[in-house]
Ligand binder design. Structure first.
Ligand code: M6R
Length: 615
């Protein structure tokens, strides 16, 4: 859950590393650091704060010339965010320099042993232990860097993506991964190392993604050598052509990535169903499903595992799968599932949902499911990510890079994929009438246009945001398909504006949360015409009679709720099952504007990171 970048080649390394770190800041942004080798010595600069703070410090403290460099942007696990705990970490001799994303779980006994051998530690990090362990092995066993790294990694327990440089042999960087992602960009006479491909996208479109348990010797003017850390066997690296382009990872005129990503939803939802949904022909075709149709049709149940926003998409999917395909569904927090000794068997299909494809708990949950014989289907956004590779089969969401920490387009594209799967299964099982099947296909095809229309509520959302920006609490209510949307709306608000918010099924309100309602409490009610409209109108009455301030998301033309609510936001009509794709849009905009008005860091909220690669 940190970002790492490295460069070895003929260009000046510093600007490449800094720009790369900026693109990886979504992975962690509490401190940053860089090492440049200038041909004679290593120069290290690191600081608490963001990459801009690092740049400012480096401008004063460091000569930045040199064609080899590594850098790190941190999300602290061991040791508070401060200058000393920032990466890179340098070994006691000053020769070895390391950057690390992950956790070395057995660092304490290793550290104790190294202290006994005279090593001195300056930071509280597990990473400083690793770099000195490598040094100790190098010295004791007279090993070259690659071999020493390999021996050390066979002694550590935990997760890592690392890049290590040795000033005694300054034409090489050694990289390795286990449980944290690592991509190597292959250019003409130059290599790039990064947590994802975004730092090198403008230099090369060829990349090797290291698999778990692999390491690479990356040497100037030589082919990279990839081997298994455990048994030293050589691996033929698979060079992948990247699909990402530069425009996708830049803000494109928007103030924040989050806003850009909210506005991308009409086009990315289209990308999600392109080539898969053929409404006129009445066909849904997804190769991952077609190739494994029997597995789904014979499943006793579907278990969905995910975290955060992806878990909310899973809840929407539960309603859709059960209604459309009549398959029992359980939705589990991956972090609970993996540790609670769940009953899993070979007739279960496990769907893992993850934007990043790197979430550690989701990864662990699918490993557990596989060990117990279940069939695992991944719904990921990041192509080539760990979860997509670990799954037996899957479907990508094709949302393009999501950089804002708050998930927006990931949510709607996940729901789009899951809806298509449910429809395909419903057709195969005959659990839905043909006319309904055709109706849903047509409806789904119209969703991008309706999302576009829903985005026109932006000004209204901004106005309402100005009224409620100082509220200390907020309640979100929805029923049926829109209960998970209420959870998602509340999550969006709390993570980027730091306002305490809770999502609730509207009817449950009477069992406790109603006690919170008074004239100071904003209550966002998702009340589209389709679904349990009359019931939710009654819930609105209940809030009104307790003086709650109601912000209602309603279907265009609704008059009944308009008369009751303090504020309404109108959205286009769609079927109940597809409504989360529309109702979520004004909630994203509302939380965005509230966070902007509160002067919060929208794209990089405090304490968070985009990929949670630690459990
Ligand atoms: O990459 P994933 O979808 O597996 O991430 C799961 C959560 O960390 C993520 O959805 C998180 O809750 C969002 N950033 C919330 O907006």
């Amino acid at each position: 859950m940190c970002g790492i970048v490295g460069y070895i080649g003929h260009r000046e390394a510093y600007p490449i590393v800094i720009k790369g770190l900026q693109r990886l800041e979504y992975r962690g942004y509490d401190s940053a650091g860089v090492m440049i080798y200038d041909g004679e010595d290593v120069k290290v600069c690191k600081t608490k704060g963001k990459v801009v703070d690092l740049e400012a410090k480096a401008a004063i403290e460091m000569k930045t010339g040199g064609t080899i460099g590594i850098g790190h942007t941190r999300w602290a696990t061991h040791g508070v965010p401060n200058d000393v705990n920032s990466h890179p970490h340098v070994s006691n001799s000053g020769d070895l320099v390391i950057i690390h994303n992950g956790i070395i779980e057995n660092y304490a006994p290793l550290k104790e042993e190294l202290i006994k051998r005279g090593y001195v530690f300056h930071s509280d990090t597990d990473t400083e232990v690793l770099v000195n362990l490598i040094e100790e092995i190098q010295k004791n066993e007279n090993q070259k860097l690659g071999k020493a790294v390999q021996i050390a990694l066979n002694q550590v327990v935990g997760a890592y993506a690392i890049a290590v440089f040795d000033k005694k042999n300054p034409t090489e960087i050694v990289a390795a991964r286990l449980g944290s992602p690592l991509a190597i960009g292959i250019g003409e006479g130059e290599y790039f190392i990064a947590s994802d491909a975004s730092p090198f996208i403008e230099y090369t479109s060829n990349a090797v993604y290291l698999e778990d348990g692999e390491m690479a010797n990356i040497r100037l003017h030589k082919k990279i050598k990839v081997r298994k850390i455990q048994d030293d066997s050589l691996v033929d690296p698979y060079i992948q052509e990247l699909q990402m382009n530069l425009e996708q990872i830049e803000k494109g005129g928007y103030d924040h990535f989050m806003l850009k990503e909210i506005y991308e939803q009409p086009s990315v939802i289209k990308d999600t169903y392109r080539g898969r949904l053929h409404a006129n022909e009445g066909i849904i075709q997804m190769s991952g499903i077609e190739d494994n149709l029997e597995k789904f049709l014979n499943a006793d149940r579907i278990i969905i595992v995910a975290c955060g926003t992806s878990w909310h998409a899973g809840l929407v999917a539960e309603y859709i799968f059960e209604e459309f395909a009549r398959i029992p569904v359980e939705v589990e927090y991956a972090s609970e599932f993996r540790y609670r000794n769940p009953i899993i068997n070979s007739r279960d299909v496990v769907i893992a949902i993850s934007q990043s494809g790197e979430t550690a708990d989701t990864m662990a949950a699918i490993k557990l499911a596989k060990e117990n014989g279940a069939f695992v289907f991944g719904v990921c956004n990041v192509v080539g990510s760990s979860i997509s590779r670990e799954s037996h089969a899957g479907a990508y969401t094709h949302a393009g890079p999501e950089i804002g920490v708050a998930s927006t387009k990931a949510f709607t594209t996940q729901i789009t994929v899951l809806t298509m799967i449910a429809l395909r299964l419903a057709k195969a099982k005959g659990t839905m009438s043909l006319s309904d099947f055709h109706m849903y296909l047509q409806e789904l095809e119209l969703i991008p246009e309706k999302v576009k229309e829903a985005l026109e509520t932006n000004d209204r959302a901004k106005e309402i945001a100005a009224t409620f920006k100082d509220a200390p609490n907020c309640l979100y209510l929805g029923r049926g398909y829109n209960f998970p949307v209420a959870l998602e709306g509340a999550l969006k608000l709390k993570e980027i504006s730091y306002i305490h918010a809770e999502g609730y099924p509207a009817a449950e309100m009477k069992h406790g949360p109603i006690a919170l309602i008074d004239e100071h409490m904003p209550v966002v009610v998702i009340a589209p015409k389709q679904g349990h409209y009359d019931k939710i109108v009654s819930n609105i009455q209940e809030i009104k009679s307790r003086s709650g301030r109601i912000i209602a998301i309603v279907t265009k033309g609704d008059t009944q709720v308009r008369d009751l609510a303090d504020y309404v936001i109108e959205i286009p009509e769609t079927s109940d099952a597809l409504s989360p794709l529309i109702t979520t849009i004004p909630l994203q905009l509302l939380s965005y504007h509230i966070a902007v008005l509160r002067e919060c860091n929208v794209d990089q909220p405090r304490n968070l990171a985009k990929s949670v690669t630690v459990e």
